[in-house]
Design a protein around this ligand. Sequence first.
Ligand code: HEC
Length: 236
Amino acid sequence: MKYSSSLILTLIIAVTIFVACKHEPPEKGTPATIGGGGTGGGGGTGSTLVCFESDVLPIFQTNCAKSGCHDAASHQDGYVLDSYNNIIKEGIVFGRATNSKIYKVLFETGNDKMPPPPNPDLTAAQKAIIGKWINEGALNTINCSSGCDVTQFKYGANISLIMTNNCVGCHGGSSPSANINLSNYSGVYTQATNGRLMGAITHTAGYSPMPKNASKLSECQITQIQNWISGGAPNN
Ligand code: HEC
């Protein structure tokens, strides 16, 4: 069988255009890095920008970038959610959380829900922070002035939030890592009083450094936890 060369050429051009189009998702972009924004420790309110580095990145690192899920080695569905550059690569429409796959899956119910069981759901506050961050343009806000205050160390207002945003992604849900549950007071109290909590977060030799595969907690956060434990680790 013989085909005319012009037919073959037309086919090649058609395929080339198709492939080129497929590889250009509309949501790509590279927003600028912004230093000094945000309030830290809670995402800020009103017109203050969400701080990517202190408020958003830990949520992704400890809930999504886990082994077998979206760390560099596993990259399920092509998503690697361990750093700013990787997180913005796929599934984010800058400025539009409700059009962003990364945000929408947090509210799914069936097989598409993220994180999937036995991992714990993100809290409503965590989902809201991610949504606000995307709506603000998914900016790389770093070196934000920290809202952390070493003189504030109540379990309910301070310690449990540090756990939720940095630890519960692994140490929560129906099958917590190392059988250590940090999603409720009694679980945190146990690790506080047996010495493992401080050993792990200060990266003391002999303890597994925590949070695993993520940035160390800030000195201020570590001091808050130390102060709370020194005061008897009350459920206040
Ligand atoms: C990405 C998952 C992950 C995150 C996030 C994480 N952990 Fe862990 N943690 C583990 C695993 C797995 C172990 C078991 C030891 C190991 O594999 O390193 C562990 C062990 C521990 C231990 C026991 C350490 C020891 O040496 O006895 C403590 C205490 C602990 N984690 C506290 C924390 C705290 C506090 C945070 C948050 C600041 C945290 N973890 C965040 C996965 C995680």
